[in-house]
Design a binder for this molecule. Structure first.
Ligand SMILES: [Zn+2]
Length: 412
């Protein structure tokens, strides 16, 4: 089994952290100056590890092994949220780099091919999973052309030009080369920490659906309109929201989540009975039958509240549903085997409730994901962190699993 070097691993993670460091976090949004600086740094690191490294026309950084395939691709993303944590994405990229080095250094695994990747814009500064979509050939040119970031005041096309990538060729998947793709990531939740566990082996990435309620009432004076006469859109909204929280737990699974993360009340003034309101409801689970029931219940509640005739209530899907993505079962066995050897009984098979590049990549090649615990379950925040012992342990488990996947194939 390859022996990873904990000091080298931590030193590289800290150096990458310094590019775009702000307070305890990192600000490295996709295609910005700091993001591109980090990508050039990664390219040099990949080359120093003996890989042939390329930054392609969307900013994906690929380090390709000179060993013949079949290869494993290992990585994650190095772009961040507008105010992101230092490990979100970076962890998986540096794991890939360290595993490629450790494999090359061990005569027993030196002949095995490990390629390393940092995908572009996983976080959706312009388009979520932009880099992996481009690589997989599933990028819709019309969607790319329409993508922009309002806060940055820039289109994706302009950002690519500014990064100097307009005329740089884009890489596409070499399907015959890869056995599959492995990605390690911080959990971004608290299941592992709360369970006193150190490794999560991802079974699948949850499905996501969203619905929007629209409430049509009658705007009027908040003093002179009697309670009997008023048609208050916000009151209907509050009732729907309350009923959702009453009814959903009756059909929810242990890990089902739902969020009412956006409301709009118009005109939004203390002395006006609201004439119109909107409520966005989003829900996630691996089990789509639960999400089907949620959609039915949401429609029943809307019908029910609307049937009183005071406020008209409409509800419809607000986004294209995201299907669940299943991780490869064979790869999962290698990961659970490596986890059980390294931390017996201290690992968990679990779904990912956050989206990741394997949602896109698993349509083309087998994928697997490994989680390490997030302290306090915090992420997408400067406070995000993980224990150094877990960072090192996670890399060991992923390295062992990668070696055993490649060796199994070699011995076949
Ligand atoms: Zn991430």
């Amino acid at each position: 089994m390859p022996t990873i070097d904990p000091d080298r691993l931590m030193a590289d993670l800290r150096e990458l952290r310094s590019i775009g460091a702000v307070e305890t976090g990192v600000v490295r949004p996709a295609l910005g100056e700091k993001d591109m600086e980090a990508r050039r740094w990664l390219k040099a690191k990949f080359e120093a590890a003996g890989l042939t490294a390329t930054i392609d026309g969307v900013g994906n950084v690929l380090g390709r092994s000179s060993k013949p395939g079949p290869a494993l691709l290992i990585g994650s993303h190095s772009d961040t949220q507008p105010r992101g944590g230092w490990l979100d994405g970076a962890l998986g990229v540096i794991y890939g780099l360290e595993i490629a080095r450790a494999m090359a250094e061990d005569p027993a695994t030196a002949g095995l091919a490990v390629d390393v990747v940092s995908w572009q814009d996983e976080e959706g500064t312009y388009m979520s999973c932009f880099g992996s979509r481009s690589w997989c050939g599933t990028l819709d040119p019309a969607v790319e052309k329409a993508s922009s970031n309002a806060a940055l005041g820039m289109t994706l096309t302009e950002a690519i030009a500014k990064a100097g990538l307009t005329d740089v060729p884009r890489m596409t998947i070499e399907k015959d080369r890869y056995l599959g793709y492995l990605e390690a990531h911080i959990e971004q939740g608290a299941y592992l920490e709360e369970g006193g566990l150190h490794i999560g082996v991802v079974t699948g990435i949850v499905a996501i659906r969203g619905m929007r309620f629209r409430f049509h009432g009658e705007q009027n004076h908040a003093g002179t309109t009697t309670m009997r006469r008023r048609k208050d859109a916000a009151t209907a909204l509050f009732e729907v929201a309350h009923r959702v929280n009453q009814e959903f737990p009756k059909v929810a699974g242990e890990r089902t989540v739902w969020t009412m993360g956006r409301v709009a009340v118009q005109p939004g003034a203390p002395s006006i009975v609201p004439g119109y309101a909107e409520l966005d409801l989003q829900f996630r689970d691996l089990d789509e039958t639960i999400l089907d029931r949620f959609e039915e219940i949401a429609a029943e509640i809307a019908r029910d509240v609307g049937a009183r005739g005071k406020v008209k209530v409409e509800v419809e899907r607000s986004r294209t549903p995201i299907k669940p993505s299943w991780m490869d079962e064979g790869f999962q066995k290698h990961l659970t085997g490596a986890a059980e050897t390294t931390v017996p009984g201290k690992w968990l098979s679990m779904p990912s409730a956050a989206g990741h590049d394997p949602m896109v990549i698993s349509e083309k090649i087998p994928c697997a994901m490994l989680f390490i615990p997030s302290i306090g379950g915090i992420s997408h925040d400067f406070a995000e962190d993980s224990h150094e012992s877990d960072i090192v342990l996670g890399c060991r488990v992923l390295a062992d699993a990668a070696a055993s996947i490649l060796e199994e194939r070699r011995n076949r």
